[in-house]
Design a protein around this ligand. Structure first.
Ligand code: ZN
Length: 414
């Protein structure tokens, strides 16, 4: 799948000392150091293209963009893979509701997503993979899991068995009954008769009437969602057999912790015997005016709508950086107005001939980012520096701070 326009990040390791990067791992509930490496492998779950790109998506992809930038700027390489679930239940349901063809709806929304990511200056993935084009990988993964006796059939659908995985639950830390409830709310089928465990998940669905299907070794049909990500991550991130985990970072919004990331990790263990990721990283949800933002409430705020109304894309980026990525945040118009004003002041200062001293600010930004992506402190530090400049401060190095703004924070002011 075509991604979007490339964004380059300079290696700043010759001029900046990068502290070791600490990032909260949901599985251990700890801020854990990321091992120093030449190459990092990061997988972030992509959208299902029926409703792109709301602010929750933007917050998630921005958070992983900042992680990506910090790793690249520190001199490492990053293999970054993102999927796009271009066939799944919600897409088909939306197409029926709106009376459009599912594949045309998907193509339109994928194009919109690319445009939004470009506007927000998000670095594209190294490999951007659709579910449909990954069907051969999915059937291979099902074969591998069948060899380890972790699959079974109900009629002509294939299921992954979560039993015999002693580590199932090690990311979400939920009880079985809590898992069943969430599984039901998030697209699972816990009450289906014939299942060995209520939590077993669908990995290959036989074609249903009036729905699309593709030929495979497991019948004519389509892949389940969880196995799609597992198979894509294990193929395109090219795990190194000498490493303890298959990849470094498995990421997404906090609504993916269960069942999605729990299932992916369990499937990866069934296939490889290894843990999928050293860090399971999750961004908090975005609410609107005191309420949860969700498609069922119909209160999603779309990036494309904000851009069409003339909002500065950097103000969206800035506004989402004001809070820590893991917190549940509220989006309000006041926040956007405030962020727009702060970005306006920042643009003004970045085009000034003289600026307040930048050495301490540069060090602080890197240290805050390396400490579990503390963007809230970054925003405060930058605002204080903008104040100092507007109050007549001098002695700063515009090249130095422009480089930090552009490479690490994604604000290219030139
Ligand atoms: Zn995923």
């Amino acid at each position: 799948m075509k991604a979007w326009s490339p964004v380059s990040v300079d290696d700043l390791s010759a001029s900046i000392v990068f502290p070791q990067f600490r990032l909260t791992d949901t599985a251990s509930s700890n801020k854990k150091f990321l091992s120093k490496k030449q190459i990092y492998r990061m997988y972030v779950c992509g959208i299902t293209p029926y409703d792109a790109t709301h602010l929750g998506h933007a917050a998630t992809y921005l958070s992983f963009d900042l992680i990506h930038r910090l790793l690249l700027a520190s001199g490492a390489a990053v293999n970054y893979v993102q999927n796009i679930t271009d066939i799944d239940e919600p897409l088909l349901e939306r197409a029926v509701r709106d009376g459009v063809k599912w594949d045309e709806l998907a193509a339109d929304q994928i194009e919109l997503f690319r445009h939004d990511m470009e506007a927000l200056n998000v670095i594209p993935p190294t490999s951007y993979m659709g579910a449909i084009e990954s069907i051969p990988l999915v059937t291979q993964a099902i074969d591998d899991m069948t060899r380890s006796k972790r699959t079974y059939q109900i009629e002509n659908d294939w299921y992954f068995s979560v039993n015999h995985d002693g580590k199932f639950g090690s990311i979400s830390h939920l009880s079985h009954s809590e898992m069943v409830e969430l599984f039901s709310q998030r697209g699972g089928d816990p009450t289906l008769s014939g299942k060995k465990d209520a939590l077993d998940c669908l990995i290959w669905m036989q074609q249903r009437p009036n729905e699309p299907g593709w030929p495979s070794a497991h019948g004519f049909g389509r892949p389940g969602w969880h196995i799609e990500c597992t198979a894509i991550a294990m193929k395109y991130l090219q795990p190194d057999s000498n490493e303890e985990t298959l990849i470094d970072i498995q990421g997404g919004g906090s609504d993916l912790i269960f069942p999605h990331h729990e299932m992916c990790a369990s499937q990866a263990r069934a296939i490889s015997g290894k843990e999928l990721a050293s860090h399971y990283v999750h961004a908090g949800m975005i609410g609107l005016d005191g309420e949860k933002m969700s498609k069922s409430k119909g209160n999603l705020v779309f990036v494309s709508a904000l851009l069409a109304s003339g909002v500065d894309p950097f103000a969206i980026r800035w506004s989402l950086m004001r809070d820590h990525y893991r917190t549940e945040r509220m989006w309000t118009n006041e926040r956007l107005i405030q962020a727009t004003e702060e970005v306006r002041r920042l643009r003004q200062v970045m085009s000034s001939k003289t600026i307040a001293p930048t050495d301490a600010l540069a060090v602080s930004i890197v240290e805050f980012l390396a400490n579990d992506l503390d963007t809230s402190s970054v925003v405060k530090a930058v605002n204080n520096w903008v104040d100092a400049t507007l109050n007549g401060g001098t002695g700063g190095d515009i090249k130095q701070i422009s480089s930090i703004m552009e490479n690490l924070l994604g604000f290219a002011f030139t």
